[in-house]
Design a protein around this ligand. Structure first.
Ligand code: SF4
Ligand code: SF4
Length: 137
């Protein structure tokens, strides 16, 4: 793979968004590979966890957003328990999945105003909110 790097590419705003959403500092990773070595589903991934983090460090977020890896991660936390730098890759995957899901939705498929008055008054509030989130991403 050929990468075209520049200061602007590396300081990608979307990567900063991933850090904000995940609460992780991507620069902390020093590529020891312990996360990938211990991941029970690494064989099914197209980009290993440490490779995904490296791509994010280099501003290559689209590669990671297009990967199977972010959907295959089972959030077992094995990688973060092995990480000497305290990086939680599953939280990074959560953030990346949220970005993909939000991109797919240009307009909400169900507007809160469409929920019937009966539903709004009788259904548990959490149920209504949960259904709207599921339908709208
Ligand atoms: S949290 Fe995800 S990436 Fe980390 S070890 Fe588990 S499955 Fe692998
Ligand atoms: S274990 Fe931590 S420091 Fe090592 S490659 Fe994975 S995320 Fe980076």
């Amino acid at each position: 793979m050929r990468l075209r790097l520049s200061g602007e590419v590396i300081k990608d705003d979307l990567v900063k968004r991933v850090e904000d959403l995940s609460g992780q500092n991507i620069a902390m990773c020093y590529q020891c590979g312990r996360c990938s070595a211990g991941c029970p589903v690494a064989d099914e991934m197209d980009i290993l966890p440490n490779e995904a983090i490296r791509l994010l460090q280099l501003g290559q977020i689209e590669e990671v957003l297009d990967s199977k890896t972010i959907w295959i991660c089972a959030s077992c936390l094995q990688c973060s328990s092995r990480c000497p730098r305290g990086v939680e890759f599953s939280s990074i995957c959560d953030a990346l999945r949220a970005i993909v899901l939000r991109r797919r939705i240009t307009t909400p498929s169900v507007d809160a105003g469409d929920v019937s008055r009966v539903m709004r008054t009788d259904a548990p509030q959490m149920g209504v909110v949960g259904a709207l989130r599921k339908l709208n991403g």
